[in-house]
Design a protein around this ligand. Structure first.
Ligand SMILES: Cc1cc2nc3c(=O)[nH]c(=O)nc-3n(C[C@H](O)[C@H](O)[C@H](O)COP(=O)(O)OP(=O)(O)OC[C@H]3O[C@@H](n4cnc5c(N)ncnc54)[C@H](O)[C@@H]3O)c2cc1C
Ligand code: SF4
Length: 329
């Protein structure tokens, strides 16, 4: 059995106190939300913070405001199970409810939070292993080593983004608020992510993700999420296609936004497909297939997750078609 290393636990009751602690301790501290990703990573010694700053006493992080008509703000501690079972969210942003419901298992969704899901560590078959396994191969660039076993000549880490809600929130045009001792800033969710398996967030270590802002859906807005994983009961995504679109009653696309996840270090925008779809009818199967092909171009899997990379590349076409088809239901 893997045990947690020793750590100091702080439980501030105000966001400003938590930000001050993080400013003081820098990279020696980590924020703790539901702990469903951080604790397993600490047990495997992938993340080794000396201090954890627990957020659970900070009430403002559980608050919610607004409504689907004007847009809503969800506190970072909103549990994934709350999103999954919220009928207003399911009606206005079905892809978000679906993505939240597809994360892990019911007990993990009861603990796991929206903020923690967005800040989830990237994953790789050579990294998500116990300490002895990683020691046996001399570790890797992401933690304690120098080489990337996936691409040994590469100067960077290719670990993949594995959060289910991120691609959906990117496609929906959502924003996040980041709070630090220096103040706060609001950025598009898309800009929260960087194309690097190690520095995969643009968030600074001292910043706390405090809230997620969802814009009101425009008339005719639809959204869908298609996820590939081996075991439907709890596996992480190894491919995720999130799509949102404004459709006319006859199926003509006014505007589309599509993101591919699980095949790179950040959710990737399928810009060419989205632009090409504007003015075309999704009810036309040839149009849908052509767009799915363009979406699949954006998926560039490597051999560092479940399934072979060539098969995941092929699956990207099929899953893109499924997501686009689901926009019309
Ligand atoms: C068996 C298993 C299966 C899983 N399957 C999936 C899956 O299919 N899809 C998926 O998306 N996830 C999956 N997960 C991962 C995890 O359960 C979820 O991503 C969950 O939403 C993480 O949220 P949390 O609150 O538990 O985060 P934590 O574990 O508390 O934190 C995760 C990371 O985010 C940081 N963090 C947390 N909150 C904030 C904040 N407000 N501001 C700044 N930084 C913050 C932490 O410091 C940490 O680095 C799985 C986990 C397990 C154990
Ligand atoms: S992609 Fe390379 S550096 Fe990154 S976790 Fe995997 S093996 Fe390590």
């Amino acid at each position: 059995m893997m045990r947690l290393p020793r750590f100091r636990y702080l439980a501030p009751s105000k966001l400003s106190e938590a930000a001050a602690v993080l400013a003081d301790l820098g990279t020696q501290a980590s924020v703790l939300a539901g702990g469903t990703d951080l604790f397993p990573n600490m047990k495997r010694r992938q993340q080794t913070p000396a201090t954890l700053v627990g957020l659970r006493e900070i009430r403002v992080l559980r608050e919610r405001s607004g409504n689907p008509g004007s847009g809503i703000t969800l506190g970072a501690l909103t549990r994934l199970s709350e999103i999954e079972h919220d009928s207003a969210i399911a009606a206005a942003w079905p892809a978000l409810a679906h993505a939240a419901a597809s994360v892990a298992t019911p007990p993990l969704r009861n603990m796991g939070t929206l903020g923690g899901n967005l800040c989830l560590d990237t994953r790789c078959s050579y990294y998500d292993q116990g300490p002895e396994w990683r020691a046996a191969i001399g570790y890797c660039m992401k933690k304690d080593g120098e080489i990337c076993w996936v691409a040994p000549g590469s100067p960077r880490c290719w670990a993949v983004t594995s959060t289910d809600t991120a691609p959906v929130l990117c496609a929906l045009g959502a924003e996040v608020t980041l709070v630090s001792a220096a103040g706060e800033r609001r950025i598009p969710v898309e800009d929260l992510f960087a194309d690097d398996g190690i520095q995969h967030l643009t968030k600074q270590p001292g910043e706390i993700l405090s809230a997620v802002h969802l814009p009101a859906p425009a008339p005719g807005a639809r959204s869908a999420y298609a996820k590939l994983r081996r075991r439907g009961s709890f596996d992480f995504p190894v491919l995720g296609i999130a799509a949102s679109a404004r459709l006319r009653p006859d199926g003509t696309v006014d505007h589309a936004s599509i993101f591919v996840s699980g095949t790179g270090s950040r959710p990737a925008r399928a810009q060419e497909a989205a632009e090409w779809l504007a003015g075309r009818k999704l009810t036309d199967e040839d149009v849908l297939r052509e767009a799915a092909e363009m979406v699949a171009h954006v998926a560039r899997p490597l051999q560092n997750t479940d399934f072979s990379m060539s098969w995941r590349k092929q699956a990207a076409r099929e899953f893109a078609a499924r997501a686009l088809r689901a926009l019309m239901t």
